[in-house]
Design a protein around this ligand. Structure first.
Ligand SMILES: NC(=O)c1ccc[n+]([C@@H]2O[C@H](COP(=O)([O-])OP(=O)(O)OC[C@H]3O[C@@H](n4cnc5c(N)ncnc54)[C@H](OP(=O)(O)O)[C@@H]3O)[C@@H](O)[C@H]2O)c1
Length: 327
């Protein structure tokens, strides 16, 4: 059987992506064949589609690190034809043919059954970026940080991770300071629950001092580099910062002082390799106590043919909110 997929190829002119016909035999071995109804655009997909060999080594390749759909064939008792399922991370879309396609075939260990009171369409409004925001918030809560402890920040606030982190922290009662490069989106961030919006230029440049006046009880950082360096210096006692991204750069210049004099915890997040039971927990949370009423407002739905345009935008840091692929 043939189906459509977004495929990136290495050519003499560089990496080029097109929507082409593929056949089921082109898919890798795996326990479960899934008809993909939805996927979402994440920063890592843009790296894969532009030939970043740290993400995808072999081309031609279909990116797409997440997918939601219906089981079509399965050789596992855990998943039956017709089950509605979600797959995020592990090797999907990296070196395993990904969700920017009408079909994927994956190992059963990568799959989560869709929770009740949640639909597949909604799951890819969150997508990997939303799951990652959830993982960040989970670790911050495990550190014991509570709304009464003070302000928390979110960097890259208008991006995929950022926008879900702002909404979720606000829903849980935190005072959320949204740090953004897009002042034009301040009203949007306030409407999603931010209590204040600050331009990221305030935190750019070299770390000014290893310890600054304490402001933050914690935060979610999707940016890294100088901005994270400067935020780390201004934490209260026992603060917790979850860091997951590197759109601002991969280096982190810091000192030991916030850690040994203020007990700061810097919590790393790797959503791809997160244990499947923890992924299930986050999806169940989004279906229940963490349900975000406004999640669907921040979505742009696109088809396979429109992905290239959206990939360019995410690489330029110009996306606002989430982009969902609808097959
Ligand atoms: N560790 C994990 O498991 C995991 C999972 C998902 C994503 N990530 C990473 O998290 C990061 C964000 O992902 P995303 O999907 O949210 O991407 P995104 O939708 O492109 O959002 C990133 C946001 O960061 C801000 N930004 C862009 N360029 C910047 C720069 N040079 N300096 C400072 N801020 C900049 C922009 O927001 P403002 O204009 O509002 O500032 C942008 O919208 C990426 O590095 C991604 O790889 C990691």
């Amino acid at each position: 059987m043939n189906f459509k997929a977004f495929v990136t190829e290495e050519t003499k002119k560089g990496f080029v992506s097109n929507v082409i016909e593929r056949s089921l035999e082109d898919l890798p071995e795996g326990d479960v064949l899934i008809k993909v109804l939805f996927s979402s655009l994440n920063y890592k997909d843009a790296l894969s589609a532009s030939g970043n060999k740290g993400v995808s080594r072999n081309y031609p390749h279909s990116p797409g690190i997440d997918a939601a759909g219906i089981v079509e064939e399965s050789n596992s008792d855990e998943f039956l034809a017709g089950d509605e399922v979600i797959v995020t991370g592990y090797d999907l879309g990296m070196n395993t043919s990904g969700g920017f396609s009408e079909y994927i075939r994956v190992p059963k260990e990568w799959i989560v059954k869709k929770p009740d009171n949640f639909d597949l369409e909604e799951s890819m409004a969150y997508g990997t970026a939303g799951l990652t925001a959830g993982l960040c918030v989970r670790k911050i809560l495990f550190s014991g940080i509570k709304p009464k402890d003070g302000e928390v920040f979110v960097t890259g606030a208008t991006g995929g991770v950022g926008i879900v982190a702002v909404m979720l922290l606000a829903k849980l009662g935190f005072e959320v300071v949204a740090i953004t490069g897009k002042e034009t989106e301040a009203d949007l961030l306030l409407s999603l629950g931010a209590t204040e919006v600050v331009n990221r230029s305030e935190f750019e440049g070299d770390m000014k001092s290893p310890l600054a006046k304490p402001r933050w009880a914690g935060g979610v950082d999707a940016v890294g580099s100088d901005i994270l360096s400067n935020l780390i210096t201004a934490t209260h006692q026992r603060a917790a910062i979850a860091c997951c991204g590197m759109v601002g750069g991969v280096n982190l210049n810091t000192s030991i002082f916030p850690f040994i004099l203020r007990g700061l915890s810097l919590l790393g997040i790797d959503s791809a390799e997160t244990l499947i039971d923890v992924k299930k927990e986050i999806w169940n949370n989004f279906a229940t106590d963490w349900k975000l009423e406004k999640i669907n407002d921040q979505i742009k739905d696109v088809g396979l043919e429109e992905l290239s345009f959206e990939i360019d935008k995410i690489l330029k840091g110009q996306q606002v909110g989430r982009v969902r692929l609808k097959n």
